[in-house]
Design a protein around this ligand. Structure first.
Ligand SMILES: C[S@@+](CC[C@H](N)C(=O)[O-])C[C@H]1O[C@@H](n2cnc3c(N)ncnc32)[C@H](O)[C@@H]1O
Length: 250
């Protein structure tokens, strides 16, 4: 079956670059792990250069766009990881689980091949960042495709959940990264960096309202509290899972 990102991944490597503050959080969460499996690795964002990383990615297009010197990569799906039990010290999965055909089965597969910690960056579908005020279809899409945090608990056992606040100048252009740069959502090139905008139909009316509110100053009045913030809780969550029997904190 053709991988989704073979068709929607154009420009990914320019629009979606690792943000150094998010990189630091993820690498810190990986603790002392020496070998790391990066599942749904894409173009290699957030892969630690100081550890033995092996990447898994189903999309040939994303694999081709990995920069020279990136970690080795295997074309495969989280649904069936071609590794023996407990092969890796740790695993990383960044903004990918919602794309897997069967998230609970994929999470169990990641646990099978990982002897230590699993670190996941995902989005809590219960969150309602301001953009959903203009595009309620995004909230519906988030609820339909983003696994609730309970799915992770059921698949992996106890998890530590930490809010990942998004800096106002976030380098990585994922969906809600532009929370303090609302004009960015009017740019189709920027929107193309998020799979949600590829999935969402009929954004014109909502974006038209956003543009009008930005022009009139209504957005600035309504969301004045955002303009003073350096970071925002847009709903992104860092999940840390240790093997059952280990305490969920370090
Ligand atoms: C939003 S990108 C994230 C890529 C990378 N982790 C990053 O942070 O830039 C989602 C990735 O998940 C991958 N993906 C989709 N289905 C997958 C599956 N069944 N197993 C593993 N990865 C998958 C996509 O091909 C894509 O590269």
């Amino acid at each position: 079956m053709p991988a989704l990102y073979d068709s929607i991944g154009a420009g990914y490597e320019t629009l979606r670059r690792p943000d150094p503050r998010i990189t630091a959080r993820l690498h810190d969460a990986l603790g002392l792990a020496r070998s790391v499996l990066n599942v749904g690795a894409g173009t290699g964002n957030y892969e630690p250069a100081d550890r033995a990383v092996l990447a898994v990615e189903p999309s040939a297009r994303m694999i081709q766009r990995r920069p020279p010197g990136s970690a080795p990569v295997i074309q495969a799906s989280a649904a069936a990881l071609p590794f023996a039990e407990a092969t890796f010290d740790a695993a990383l999965a960044v903004l990918t689980v919602h794309h897997w055909p069967d998230p609970p089965a994929g999470l169990k597969e990641v646990r099978r091949v990982t002897r230590g910690r699993i670190v996941i960056l995902t989005f809590d579908p219960a969150a309602r960042p301001w953009l959903t005020d203009y595009l309620p279809g995004l909230a519906a899409l988030d609820e339909a495709q983003m696994p609730p945090l309970e799915v992770y608990r059921t698949a992996l056992g106890p998890i530590r959940v930490e809010p990942l606040l998004i800096p106002y100048d976030c380098v990585d252009g994922f969906l809600y990264a532009y929370w303090r740069r609302p004009h960015a959502y009017l740019d189709p090139r920027i929107r193309s960096g998020s799979s949600s905008f590829h999935a969402l139909k009929d954004v014109d009316a909502g974006l038209g309202r956003l543009e009008a509110d930005l022009d009139s100053g209504a957005w600035q009045s309504c969301y004045a509290h955002l303009t003073g913030l350096e970071e925002y809780d847009a709903g992104y969550r860092l999940l840390v899972s240790d093997p059952v029997g280990d305490p969920p904190d370090r």
